[in-house]
Design a protein around this ligand. Structure first.
Ligand SMILES: [Zn+2]
Length: 295
Protein backbone atom coordinates (compact mmCIF):
# COMPACT_ATOMS: atom_id res chain seq x y z
CA UNK A 1 0.00 0.00 0.00
CA UNK A 2 1.44 3.32 -1.01
CA UNK A 3 -1.49 5.77 -1.16
CA UNK A 4 -3.38 6.82 1.91
CA UNK A 5 -6.64 4.91 1.57
CA UNK A 6 -8.81 7.93 2.23
CA UNK A 7 -7.27 10.50 -0.15
CA UNK A 8 -9.58 11.53 -2.95
CA UNK A 9 -8.83 13.23 -6.25
CA UNK A 10 -10.86 13.74 -9.41
CA UNK A 11 -10.55 15.60 -12.68
CA UNK A 12 -6.93 16.33 -13.35
CA UNK A 13 -4.94 15.95 -16.50
CA UNK A 14 -4.82 12.21 -17.17
CA UNK A 15 -6.74 10.45 -19.88
CA UNK A 16 -7.18 7.11 -21.52
CA UNK A 17 -6.16 6.73 -25.11
CA UNK A 18 -5.51 4.06 -27.65
CA UNK A 19 -7.35 0.89 -28.37
CA UNK A 20 -6.02 1.10 -31.90
CA UNK A 21 -5.84 -2.21 -33.66
CA UNK A 22 -3.76 -3.18 -36.62
CA UNK A 23 -0.56 -1.45 -35.64
CA UNK A 24 2.24 -2.28 -37.99
CA UNK A 25 4.89 -3.92 -35.86
CA UNK A 26 8.61 -3.99 -36.14
CA UNK A 27 9.19 -7.64 -36.79
CA UNK A 28 8.61 -10.35 -34.25
CA UNK A 29 9.62 -10.66 -30.64
CA UNK A 30 13.17 -9.48 -31.28
CA UNK A 31 11.94 -6.39 -32.97
CA UNK A 32 9.41 -5.68 -30.27
CA UNK A 33 11.99 -6.18 -27.60
CA UNK A 34 14.44 -3.89 -29.31
CA UNK A 35 11.89 -1.17 -29.71
CA UNK A 36 10.86 -1.56 -26.10
CA UNK A 37 14.45 -1.37 -24.94
CA UNK A 38 15.29 1.47 -27.20
CA UNK A 39 12.54 3.60 -25.81
CA UNK A 40 12.57 2.15 -22.33
CA UNK A 41 11.86 4.92 -19.88
CA UNK A 42 11.80 7.71 -22.33
CA UNK A 43 13.93 7.03 -25.31
CA UNK A 44 13.82 9.06 -28.43
CA UNK A 45 10.15 8.93 -29.31
CA UNK A 46 10.66 10.84 -32.52
CA UNK A 47 11.99 7.59 -33.91
CA UNK A 48 9.21 5.39 -32.67
CA UNK A 49 7.24 5.83 -35.81
CA UNK A 50 10.13 4.74 -37.99
CA UNK A 51 10.85 1.69 -35.90
CA UNK A 52 7.28 0.60 -35.77
CA UNK A 53 6.91 1.34 -39.42
CA UNK A 54 3.40 2.36 -39.15
CA UNK A 55 0.28 4.09 -38.42
CA UNK A 56 -2.48 3.33 -36.02
CA UNK A 57 -5.93 2.84 -37.35
CA UNK A 58 -8.63 5.38 -36.84
CA UNK A 59 -10.66 3.49 -34.26
CA UNK A 60 -9.02 5.21 -31.33
CA UNK A 61 -10.93 5.55 -28.12
CA UNK A 62 -9.81 8.58 -26.22
CA UNK A 63 -11.22 10.16 -23.14
CA UNK A 64 -10.89 13.84 -22.40
CA UNK A 65 -8.34 14.76 -19.73
CA UNK A 66 -9.74 14.09 -16.29
CA UNK A 67 -12.43 11.71 -17.45
CA UNK A 68 -12.40 7.96 -17.83
CA UNK A 69 -11.35 7.23 -14.26
CA UNK A 70 -14.71 6.97 -12.51
CA UNK A 71 -13.54 3.78 -10.82
CA UNK A 72 -10.69 5.66 -9.15
CA UNK A 73 -12.48 7.36 -6.29
CA UNK A 74 -9.97 7.01 -3.46
CA UNK A 75 -6.42 6.14 -2.58
CA UNK A 76 -7.68 2.65 -1.77
CA UNK A 77 -8.70 2.28 -5.42
CA UNK A 78 -5.25 3.50 -6.45
CA UNK A 79 -3.71 0.85 -4.22
CA UNK A 80 -5.81 -1.85 -5.83
CA UNK A 81 -5.77 -1.02 -9.53
CA UNK A 82 -2.90 -0.16 -11.91
CA UNK A 83 -4.84 2.44 -13.93
CA UNK A 84 -5.99 4.16 -10.75
CA UNK A 85 -2.45 4.02 -9.38
CA UNK A 86 -1.10 5.82 -12.44
CA UNK A 87 -3.97 8.30 -12.31
CA UNK A 88 -3.40 9.10 -8.64
CA UNK A 89 0.35 9.24 -9.16
CA UNK A 90 -0.21 12.02 -11.69
CA UNK A 91 -1.83 14.08 -8.94
CA UNK A 92 0.94 13.37 -6.47
CA UNK A 93 3.67 14.27 -8.94
CA UNK A 94 1.85 17.38 -10.17
CA UNK A 95 1.19 18.63 -6.65
CA UNK A 96 4.80 18.09 -5.65
CA UNK A 97 6.29 19.90 -8.63
CA UNK A 98 3.78 22.73 -8.44
CA UNK A 99 5.44 23.67 -5.17
CA UNK A 100 9.04 22.63 -5.78
CA UNK A 101 9.67 23.92 -9.28
CA UNK A 102 8.92 27.59 -8.54
CA UNK A 103 10.76 27.41 -5.22
CA UNK A 104 13.89 25.67 -6.47
CA UNK A 105 14.13 26.70 -10.12
CA UNK A 106 12.00 29.84 -10.44
CA UNK A 107 9.87 28.15 -13.05
CA UNK A 108 6.10 27.97 -12.99
CA UNK A 109 4.89 24.40 -13.21
CA UNK A 110 2.57 23.45 -16.05
CA UNK A 111 0.92 20.05 -15.79
CA UNK A 112 1.63 17.59 -18.57
CA UNK A 113 -1.01 15.18 -19.76
CA UNK A 114 -0.74 11.56 -18.73
CA UNK A 115 -2.15 9.10 -21.24
CA UNK A 116 -2.80 5.47 -20.35
CA UNK A 117 -3.33 3.36 -23.40
CA UNK A 118 -3.71 -0.22 -24.49
CA UNK A 119 -2.64 -1.61 -27.82
CA UNK A 120 -1.56 1.50 -29.64
CA UNK A 121 -2.11 5.22 -29.70
CA UNK A 122 -1.23 8.24 -31.76
CA UNK A 123 1.03 10.74 -30.06
CA UNK A 124 2.57 14.09 -30.88
CA UNK A 125 5.77 12.11 -31.47
CA UNK A 126 4.29 9.47 -33.78
CA UNK A 127 2.50 6.19 -33.30
CA UNK A 128 3.17 4.23 -30.12
CA UNK A 129 2.36 0.64 -29.23
CA UNK A 130 2.54 -1.38 -26.06
CA UNK A 131 6.02 -2.42 -27.23
CA UNK A 132 7.18 1.19 -27.07
CA UNK A 133 7.46 1.40 -23.31
CA UNK A 134 6.68 4.52 -21.30
CA UNK A 135 7.86 7.77 -22.78
CA UNK A 136 7.39 11.51 -22.62
CA UNK A 137 6.62 13.42 -25.78
CA UNK A 138 7.71 17.06 -25.56
CA UNK A 139 5.72 18.29 -28.52
CA UNK A 140 2.39 17.51 -26.87
CA UNK A 141 3.71 17.60 -23.28
CA UNK A 142 2.28 14.18 -22.69
CA UNK A 143 3.59 11.14 -20.83
CA UNK A 144 2.40 7.84 -22.34
CA UNK A 145 2.03 4.57 -20.48
CA UNK A 146 0.82 1.16 -21.45
CA UNK A 147 0.31 -0.74 -18.24
CA UNK A 148 1.39 -4.02 -19.86
CA UNK A 149 4.89 -2.57 -19.70
CA UNK A 150 4.97 -3.28 -16.01
CA UNK A 151 4.87 -7.03 -16.61
CA UNK A 152 7.67 -6.61 -19.12
CA UNK A 153 9.74 -4.95 -16.40
CA UNK A 154 9.91 -8.20 -14.49
CA UNK A 155 11.71 -9.88 -17.38
CA UNK A 156 14.65 -7.60 -16.75
CA UNK A 157 14.70 -8.16 -13.03
CA UNK A 158 12.55 -5.18 -12.11
CA UNK A 159 9.77 -5.28 -9.57
CA UNK A 160 6.22 -4.84 -10.74
CA UNK A 161 5.42 -3.21 -7.43
CA UNK A 162 3.52 0.00 -6.64
CA UNK A 163 6.42 2.33 -5.90
CA UNK A 164 8.33 0.90 -8.86
CA UNK A 165 5.45 1.79 -11.16
CA UNK A 166 5.24 5.22 -9.61
CA UNK A 167 8.97 5.75 -10.04
CA UNK A 168 8.52 5.20 -13.76
CA UNK A 169 5.72 7.76 -13.90
CA UNK A 170 7.82 10.22 -11.92
CA UNK A 171 10.79 9.60 -14.24
CA UNK A 172 8.72 10.53 -17.29
CA UNK A 173 7.44 13.62 -15.47
CA UNK A 174 11.10 14.37 -14.81
CA UNK A 175 11.51 14.72 -18.56
CA UNK A 176 8.59 17.14 -18.52
CA UNK A 177 10.41 19.20 -15.89
CA UNK A 178 13.45 19.21 -18.19
CA UNK A 179 11.21 20.35 -21.03
CA UNK A 180 10.00 23.24 -18.88
CA UNK A 181 13.62 24.01 -17.98
CA UNK A 182 14.57 24.01 -21.65
CA UNK A 183 17.21 21.30 -21.23
CA UNK A 184 15.46 18.22 -22.59
CA UNK A 185 16.69 18.96 -26.10
CA UNK A 186 20.30 18.54 -24.93
CA UNK A 187 19.72 14.80 -24.96
CA UNK A 188 21.05 13.29 -28.15
CA UNK A 189 20.64 9.58 -28.63
CA UNK A 190 22.83 9.71 -31.69
CA UNK A 191 25.77 10.54 -29.45
CA UNK A 192 25.46 8.00 -26.63
CA UNK A 193 28.03 6.96 -24.05
CA UNK A 194 28.38 6.91 -20.29
CA UNK A 195 29.45 10.57 -20.16
CA UNK A 196 26.95 11.75 -22.78
CA UNK A 197 24.24 14.32 -22.38
CA UNK A 198 21.75 11.56 -23.15
CA UNK A 199 22.84 9.70 -20.01
CA UNK A 200 22.97 12.89 -17.91
CA UNK A 201 19.43 13.79 -18.91
CA UNK A 202 18.17 10.29 -18.08
CA UNK A 203 19.95 10.20 -14.73
CA UNK A 204 18.56 13.63 -13.92
CA UNK A 205 15.05 12.32 -14.63
CA UNK A 206 15.74 9.49 -12.16
CA UNK A 207 16.97 12.04 -9.65
CA UNK A 208 13.84 14.15 -10.16
CA UNK A 209 11.78 11.02 -9.53
CA UNK A 210 13.67 10.73 -6.26
CA UNK A 211 12.91 14.36 -5.43
CA UNK A 212 9.23 13.64 -5.96
CA UNK A 213 9.38 10.57 -3.71
CA UNK A 214 11.07 12.53 -0.97
CA UNK A 215 8.11 14.93 -0.82
CA UNK A 216 5.22 12.64 -1.71
CA UNK A 217 4.81 11.14 1.77
CA UNK A 218 5.34 14.32 3.76
CA UNK A 219 3.05 17.09 4.94
CA UNK A 220 -0.65 17.19 5.66
CA UNK A 221 -1.57 17.06 1.96
CA UNK A 222 0.69 14.10 1.28
CA UNK A 223 -1.04 11.48 -0.80
CA UNK A 224 1.31 8.68 0.19
CA UNK A 225 1.73 6.72 3.35
CA UNK A 226 5.30 6.97 4.63
CA UNK A 227 7.46 5.18 2.08
CA UNK A 228 8.78 1.95 3.58
CA UNK A 229 12.25 0.53 3.09
CA UNK A 230 10.72 -2.35 1.14
CA UNK A 231 8.93 0.04 -1.22
CA UNK A 232 12.11 2.03 -1.71
CA UNK A 233 13.90 -1.21 -2.54
CA UNK A 234 11.26 -1.98 -5.19
CA UNK A 235 11.88 1.37 -6.86
CA UNK A 236 15.66 0.96 -6.68
CA UNK A 237 15.53 -2.61 -7.99
CA UNK A 238 13.55 -1.36 -10.95
CA UNK A 239 15.90 1.57 -11.50
CA UNK A 240 18.75 -0.93 -11.59
CA UNK A 241 16.85 -3.24 -13.94
CA UNK A 242 16.54 -0.51 -16.54
CA UNK A 243 20.24 0.33 -16.38
CA UNK A 244 21.92 0.03 -19.73
CA UNK A 245 24.46 -2.53 -18.53
CA UNK A 246 21.73 -4.79 -17.18
CA UNK A 247 19.68 -4.47 -20.34
CA UNK A 248 22.71 -5.26 -22.46
CA UNK A 249 23.43 -8.34 -20.33
CA UNK A 250 19.82 -9.50 -20.24
CA UNK A 251 19.61 -9.12 -24.00
CA UNK A 252 22.59 -11.42 -24.41
CA UNK A 253 24.94 -8.72 -25.57
CA UNK A 254 28.18 -7.37 -24.20
CA UNK A 255 28.25 -4.45 -21.82
CA UNK A 256 29.36 -1.52 -23.89
CA UNK A 257 29.40 1.85 -22.08
CA UNK A 258 29.97 3.68 -25.35
CA UNK A 259 26.46 2.85 -26.45
CA UNK A 260 24.71 3.79 -23.20
CA UNK A 261 21.85 6.25 -23.33
CA UNK A 262 20.33 5.91 -19.85
CA UNK A 263 23.22 5.06 -17.52
CA UNK A 264 24.25 1.94 -15.63
CA UNK A 265 22.23 0.16 -12.97
CA UNK A 266 24.43 1.65 -10.26
CA UNK A 267 24.15 5.15 -11.72
CA UNK A 268 20.38 4.94 -11.97
CA UNK A 269 19.98 3.79 -8.39
CA UNK A 270 22.40 6.42 -7.14
CA UNK A 271 20.62 9.15 -9.05
CA UNK A 272 17.23 8.26 -7.64
CA UNK A 273 18.78 8.31 -4.17
CA UNK A 274 20.48 11.68 -4.83
CA UNK A 275 17.03 13.19 -5.23
CA UNK A 276 15.33 11.08 -2.59
CA UNK A 277 17.82 11.76 0.16
CA UNK A 278 17.89 15.53 -0.33
CA UNK A 279 14.62 16.59 -1.99
CA UNK A 280 16.67 19.16 -3.87
CA UNK A 281 16.90 19.72 -7.61
CA UNK A 282 20.42 21.02 -7.00
CA UNK A 283 21.40 17.43 -6.15
CA UNK A 284 20.36 16.46 -9.67
CA UNK A 285 22.41 19.09 -11.47
CA UNK A 286 24.38 16.62 -13.56
CA UNK A 287 24.38 19.16 -16.38
CA UNK A 288 26.22 21.65 -14.15
CA UNK A 289 23.78 24.51 -14.69
CA UNK A 290 23.99 25.99 -11.18
CA UNK A 291 20.44 27.25 -11.69
CA UNK A 292 18.81 25.99 -8.50
CA UNK A 293 18.24 27.18 -5.00
CA UNK A 294 17.44 24.82 -2.17
CA UNK A 295 14.09 25.02 -0.43
ZN1 LIG B 1 13.88 8.75 -19.57
Amino acid sequence: MTFRDDVTRSGGNARKGGGGKGMAMGGGIGGLLLVGLFILLGGDPGQVDDLLGGSTDQSQVESAPGSGFTECKTGADANANDDCRLYYTSFSVNETWASILPAQANIQYVEPTLTIFEGGTNTGCGAASSATGPFYCPSDQNAYFDTSFFQQMEQFGGENAPLAQMYIVAHEYGHHIQNLEGTLGLSDYNNPGEDSNAVKIELQADCYAGVWASYADKGENAMLEPISDAQLDDALTTAAAVGDDNIQKQSGGEVNPESWTHGSSEQRKASFLDGYNTGQMSSCDYLGRNAYQNS
